[in-house]
Write a new protein. Sequence first.
Length: 212
Amino acid sequence: MKKMKTALESLCESRKMAMPDEINPHGTLFGGVMMSWIDKMGYMCAQNYAEWKKTVTANIDQIQFLEPVYSGEHVLLSARVSNVGRSSMEIDVQIYKEDPVTKKKLKVGLAYMTFVAINPNGKSRAVPKLKLETPEDYVRSKNAISRAASRKALKEAYEMNEQDSYTEFATIAGNDNKEGSGNKLKNRFLIRMLGENLVAKGLILKGYILSI
C-alpha cells in the first residue's frame, strides 16, 4: 500500500442509462436507483484509494437531486476522495446526464459519503494519506473538513440535548439516578420519549403516556 496518494488516483467514473423499469410513476428515474448507483460508486472509489476490498459506508452526509432524469438518458457518475482520516475517506460523487448526440451535459445530482477501511477482524485499517495537488483539491478538502466538523458538532449537541432531557425527567420522577435505579429509570425515559413521538405523529392519545 502506498503511504500517500492523490485524489486523481482515486477517481472512478461510470456511465449508466435510465431504463424503463427504473422509472417512477412521475416518468423520472427513481431516487432509490440513483442512490444505489451513488453508493456503489463511493464503494469502488474507496476500495481503489485504500487498495483494500473491505470498505464500508459509515456516513452519507448529503444527497442532492438537482434535475430529473428521464428514460433513455445517459447518466455519468464521477467519484473521488476529497479528504481522509486514519481509516476513513470522504468520497465526493458528482452526477451528470449527457445527450449522446450533442454531448451536452447537465448536472443532476451530488453526494458526499464517508467510507471506512476495515481489517478481517472488523477493526479499522489505515489508508494512504491524501496528497493535495490542485486548487480544486484544496477546496474539496477544506469543504470536507467543514462537513466533518459540522457532523461532530451536531452529534455532540444531540447527545447533550438527550442528556439534558433525561436529567429533567429524572428530576421530575423524583429520582437522582443513583446506582441500582439508573437502568430502570433510563428505560422509563426512553419509553416516555417514544410515547411523545407517537403522540406528535397522532398515532396515540396523550393520556396514554401520562402513567409511564
